[in-house]
Design a protein around this ligand. Structure first.
Ligand SMILES: Cc1cc2nc3c(=O)[nH]c(=O)nc-3n(C[C@H](O)[C@H](O)[C@H](O)COP(=O)(O)OP(=O)(O)OC[C@H]3O[C@@H](n4cnc5c(N)ncnc54)[C@H](O)[C@@H]3O)c2cc1C
Length: 511
């Protein structure tokens, strides 16, 4: 194809790849999307058995604005494709001391509830201030970090504008050098409430004791924009994007693995399929893990350089999918059953590299919102426990049975589910090794690359490759990072960068 219309291969049909395919299609490019799996949607997969339906991966949808923007690219209304329901309270929280607290959307309501839960320590006022700071951090992120192709600090800030007092104020407000956990505890003194707030960083699979304070912005995004459930499950998001991509002319090719890029003089010419075939394309968007893209699809010096950059995989996890013949009425749609000691838990997962002896379990119990997930009166209970990314000595076929029991015992002890084993009628699970094999990620990581590093931890490989002309990156291991809204934003950014280059001089230099 000539002129500003390009033929584009998208490698990987996760939410990031699908978002790219939609935006590229909407802007007139000719897209072919490949996924090695026989379904499209990547981690947003589904499992059904005996009348139970489980979302296998993501279950918490935040910041629906990103989805709206992708559909708006094509002049479509998101509401014609997805039926989104707002969930408030957002999380039920069960603490190890037997207490319970529900996280609600409204900041003022929360502040009052926190003072009632843990009186006399200024927790409510601390939460108000924490949310105000978080709102400011979110504003700075929108101005410098979101919706544009970024690889490092220099991409975010125009050096010539550094003397601008507004920019300097924004940089100072990033609280560089401070961690999420430290920032939370300087505002909210009650350790249980602080532990609850720590878990916003679990959306990005990173240690709150090692992640930069800017990630506290997630708290405001969730309070201001809510938590949503797409009827039909989060799988419905992948299906809606796949439908839109098809309507916009994209060809979706499941069961097709890409094993390399066909390149000439440092520029993309096409993709190499696992069956040996080569297909020509003007450009490629890789939704495969960014480090593995450079290592396995590009290779050579470039691959070796990305391996040396010191990026660390985010955490992995164990998921239990439990079909229960009787639902629990005391839990919410989303719940956290917290560990006895946040510091110990994160130390095991992120420093020692071993599963925590007393973990936090996240529960998704969607039957109260969507009765179609289970036979009448039952529950499709999803239990996720974060674990370290895969180390060479981890053999989950050996480790799983004992850890399954640790998780069930935790639910019995801390979440009031003493009879859970008697209620299970369907059971399946996912281990870090399964996640590694199914989704071709880095060391079984659920959320791409960790955001560790007090100063620059939020930066990931950029969406417009600096090393290979015509290569763009989207997904949880590329800028701006993991989680449904961020990977879809990543897909939008990769597509937008490609489209801008197609219209401007940059790509012509490559050909
Ligand atoms: C258990 C679990 C729970 C989660 N919970 C949440 C949550 O509640 N909320 C939230 O926002 N996020 C959550 N996440 C994270 C979220 O699912 C991911 O950040 C997001 O879905 C990843 O999208 P992605 O675009 O990076 O692609 P992925 O979903 O990783 O998909 C990439 C696809 O590319 C394919 N692929 C890779 N390499 C190749 C190749 N060479 N050739 C062909 N195909 C290839 C893979 O097969 C895969 O299908 C969760 C993830 C998991 C696993």
């Amino acid at each position: 194809m000539s002129g500003s219309t390009k033929t584009v291969a998208v490698i990987g049909g996760g939410l990031g790849g699908l978002a790219s395919a939609c935006v590229l299609g909407a802007r007139g490019h000719k897209v072919t999307l490949y996924d090695k799996n026989d379904w499209i949607g990547g981690k947003a997969a589904v499992f059904t058995e005996d009348g139970f339906r489980f979302d296998m991966g993501p279950t918490i949808l935040t910041v629906p604005r990103v989805l709206e923007r992708i559909f708006a690219e094509a002049g479509r209304d998101l509401n014609d494709y997805l039926d989104l329901r707002r969930l408030d309270p957002q999380w039920g929280c069960f603490f190890d001391d037997g207490t319970r607290f529900d996280l609600a959307e409204n900041v003022e309501e929360m502040a009052v509830a926190m003072d009632r839960f843990a009186p006399g320590r200024g927790n409510g006022e601390g939460y108000r201030k924490f949310q105000a700071m978080s709102e400011n951090l979110h504003g700075v992120s929108e101005r410098f970090f979101f919706w544009k192709a970024v690889e490092d600090l220099f991409d975010t800030i125009d050096v010539r504008a550094n003397l601008n007092p507004d920019t300097l104020r924004d940089v100072m407000s990033l609280r560089m050098g401070r961690t999420v956990a430290g920032t939370i505890r300087s505002h909210v003194k009650d350790e249980r409430l602080a532990q609850m707030l720590d878990h916003f960083t679990q959306y990005v699979g990173s240690n709150p004791y090692g992640s930069p304070a800017v990630l506290c912005a997630i708290a405001h995004m969730q309070a201001a924009e809510g938590i949503w459930y797409p009827m039909g499950g989060t799988r419905a998001v992948a299906e809606a994007l796949a439908k839109l991509a098809g309507e916009l002319g994209a060809t979706l090719k499941p069961s097709t693995e890409i094993t390399g890029l066909d390149m000439e003089n440092g520029a993309v010419r096409g993709v190499k399929r696992a069956d040996g075939g080569i297909e020509p394309f003007d450009c490629v968007v890789s939704n495969m893990d960014s480090i593995r893209t450079y290592r396995e699809l590009v290779g050579g010096d470039v691959g070796a350089r990305y391996d040396r950059k010191g990026f660390e995989p985010a955490c992995s996890g164990v998921v239990l999918y439990l079909g229960l013949n009787r639902r629990y009425d005391h839990i919410l749609h989303h719940d956290f059953v917290f560990s006895r000691d946040a510091h110990e838990e994160f130390d095991y997962i992120y420093n020692k590299g071993e599963p925590a002896p007393d973990p936090t379990a996240y529960l998704c119990a969607p039957s109260s919102t969507d009765p179609s997930v289970a036979p009448e009166g039952g529950e499709a209970l999803y239990v996720l426990v974060h674990t370290p990314y895969l180390r060479p000595h981890h053999d989950w076929s050996q480790m799983f049975p004992a850890y399954r029991q640790v998780i069930l015992d935790k639910l019995k002890r801390t979440a009031g589910m003493a009879d859970i084993e008697e209620r299970i009628v369907v059971e399946r699970h996912l281990t870090p090794q399964d996640i590694h094999d199914r989704y071709k990620v880095l060391n079984g990581a659920i959320y791409g690359l960790a955001s560790h590093g007090r100063f620059l931890g939020a930066f990931k490989p950029g969406n417009r490759s600096r090393d290979v002309k015509g290569l763009y990156l989207a997904g949880g291991a590329a800028h701006p990072g993991p989680g449904m809204p961020m990977v879809m934003m990543s897909g939008w950014i990769a597509a937008d960068a490609l489209d801008q280059d197609a219209r401007g001089p940059a790509l012509q230099q490559a050909s």
